[in-house]
Design a protein. Sequence first.
Length: 383
Amino acid sequence: MRWKTSGALTMAALATAAAAVIIVNPVSADVPACVVDYHVDQWNNGFVGQVKVTNNGAAVDGWTLTWTFAGDQRVTSSWSAGVTQSGKAVTARNQEFNRGIATGASVQFGFQATFQGTNDTPTDFALNGVRCNDTNPPTTTTTPPTTTTTTPQLPPPGCPSGAFCDGFENQTGTTPAGDWSLMFPNCQGSGTATVDSSTAHSGTRSVRINGRAGYCNHVFLATSRGMSTSGQYVRFFVRHTTALPESHVTFVAMKDTNDGGKDLRMGGQNRALQWNRESDDATLPEQSPAGVAQSVPLAVNQWACVEFGITGSELRTWLNGTEVSGLHADGTPTPDVDAQWLRRGGWRPALANFRLGWESYGNGDDTLWFDDVVMAPSRIGCS
Ligand code: CA
């Protein structure tokens, strides 16, 4: 990651980094009133902007940071600040939790935006009306930077504190990379997992699974990020083209180290959503007609919000914000729901990874897109 330092650094930073510094607009000595580091990760016609504001003036309680876009950049969402735009003029306002910036302290926020053509760094940042960066001719110039600064990546919009969130916007190729790796658990056939920049729940990218029937066509995109053995909530959006079949299929699998490394699987059977335990093939709900009736189909050709939570031995599941009663293992055997699931006592999953993809064990082709995956220690919601 490369930060564009579009203003002066502090003297401390100057002393420790052979970085490119233009010292301008001094407030006292050579320290500017505020410094804005502005970084973008961009793709074809969109970008995520990450902004770090360092206040070298008097402490502020409540702030706005303003700037002007040079091109036709348009902010579509933001996090850790409320960002509004009027024409080319942008105003970012603090949220309650980061309203104070002590002298020498920094705040960070981010936004997502679209653009056409060029995407130049703004040059007129101002904190509470005070210019932050090089509005005056430089008084000192040093060598351009040859090193990059690594700064923790801000989460995407709506990402809860402490969560791992991925909307696949930082994927640059067709093959998923970074936090995700491809797996062909049995043998590699015609099942594929690719980054798709033509379909997305948010932003411009998602992951597309071409799921094909047959043991040899199993394919997954796997990550171990965000998984915890001490309680786990997951939220993702999924869109698919083909109704869940009668046959058993899986589109989420998680390796359970408390179950011999076998998978806890979410998918479908008898045309409705179900959980399945690879180790003993137990299902939730039971696949009786009364059990299946307590689950729900997964509608086609529209984005669905799937959430589940695992706390101890309890497993709960929500579809579009509504709990699915047939997908709830609550520790008390309920006929047609979790009686079979609980027949084997002591189930308490410890999940080591999270995989999105497709496994069919007989029949079942489907094309699926996944986006906006979140793993967190508490329930996430669909917004
Ligand atoms: Ca996305």
